[in-house]
Design a protein around this ligand. Structure first.
Ligand SMILES: [Zn+2]
Length: 347
């Protein structure tokens, strides 16, 4: 759903399709109805893009400072998502990372207000005045709306994360997430109706995005808690291996035979993984070695819930399990889902 537009400090920056729609819609509207407004609206898009990008980068800086790894940022017209490894492990870190983004927007509003005061530019409250090409007011309104919207206590918004971290201290992470998800579903339904009534496709798309985002947040936390009844050892299976000298054609043959969607390659002392997705775009004669990626591994003593989060945060199907540095098996997402389902029945 996102298109890569660049990279900042090793973080992949993607533009979400709703952002692309808004750019195309505004440009088309300008071209046909209001060619004179092109400067003002280009400035609007530039400010919106910049504000969302910096909002996400501030999240990323705080996350990195707390020892987390940020892999990817997706920019939406209403904010964005920074894909951070290790967020769900510590509520107080999650709170810090979440609040940093909206705080940046509010700080920018304050600075812009002071600059405006200094330059004698009045702060307009009505939108007609903003449209009259007043860049500073445009910047203020964009950041005010971004800050307030993102602080709504709905998941997966920043406000939802802040609310969950605070509520977790009183009622635990699972119950806190459940309570906030209820509000999130109500909020996304409300937003969807607003989008329909105002014929605003962007608001409707954002509502749909929030709805599915909330469902995913719930699933992750529910499974994470069901898994506390099992250890990593319970989920281990023997890895399905393939020689590093094999070709893609051979790998496909093995996958059919083993009914698996991944294979593991041993190379000296390291392990690599080959998934269906990697095979799909490569020629049959290519060597598996050239397309395989490094296998993420975790120590066998680590809880199964942490292994599950590693799978989710990296969007990979399987994680290797090591004992004293040696690979003793793998755990895949299907085994985890199965254990979660079984422990639900047991309850
Ligand atoms: Zn944010």
């Amino acid at each position: 759903m996102g298109f890569k537009i660049g990279e900042v400090a090793g973080i992949r920056i993607e533009l979400h399709f709703t952002f692309i729609i808004i750019i195309i819609a505004i440009l088309l509207m300008l071209l046909f109805f209001n060619p004179t407004g092109i400067l003002a609206y280009s400035l609007f898009l530039f400010f919106l893009f910049g504000s969302v990008l910096f909002h996400e980068l501030v999240h990323s800086i705080v996350a990195t400072n707390r020892g987390m790894k940020v892999k990817k940022i997706i920019l939406l017209p209403i904010g964005g998502i920074a894909f951070t490894e290790g967020l769900l492990k510590n509520p107080s870190d999650e709170l810090r990372v979440a609040i940093a983004g909206p705080l940046f927007n509010f700080l920018l509003v304050i600075v812009a207000l002071i600059v405006g005061q200094f330059l004698g530019i009045p702060f307009f409250i009505d939108f007609e005045s903003i449209a009259k090409n007043n860049p500073l007011n445009m910047l203020i309104w964009i950041n005010l709306i971004l800050g307030v919207f993102n602080l709504m206590p709905a998941l997966p918004l920043d406000g939802g994360r802040v609310a969950r971290a605070l509520l977790s201290r009183k009622i635990g992470e699972l119950n806190a997430t459940r309570a906030i998800i209820k509000f999130s579903l109500f909020f996304s339904a409300f937003l969807f109706i607003v989008g329909l009534l105002s014929a605003n496709i962007i608001i409707a798309a954002v509502a749909v995005f929030l709805f599915f985002g909330a469902q995913q947040e719930r699933e992750v936390v529910e499974i994470k808690h069901l898994l506390t009844k099992f250890s990593t050892k319970d989920a281990i299976v023997k890895p399905k291996m393939i020689s590093s000298k094999a070709t893609v054609a051979k790998a496909i043959e093995n996958m059919v035979k083993e009914k698996t969607n991944y294979l593991i390659i041993k190379e000296k002392n390291s392990y690599k993984i080959l998934t269906l997705g990697m095979l799909a775009n490569s020629s049959k004669n290519a060597s598996v070695k050239s397309i395989a990626r490094e296998l993420k591994t975790i120590d066998y003593k680590k809880p199964l819930s942490e292994l599950f989060l590693t799978i989710i945060e990296n969007s990979i199907p399987v994680v290797g399990v090591k004992k004293r540095g040696k690979l003793i098996g793998v755990v895949d997402i299907n085994a985890i889902r199965l254990l979660a389902e079984l422990s639900k029945i047991k309850e």
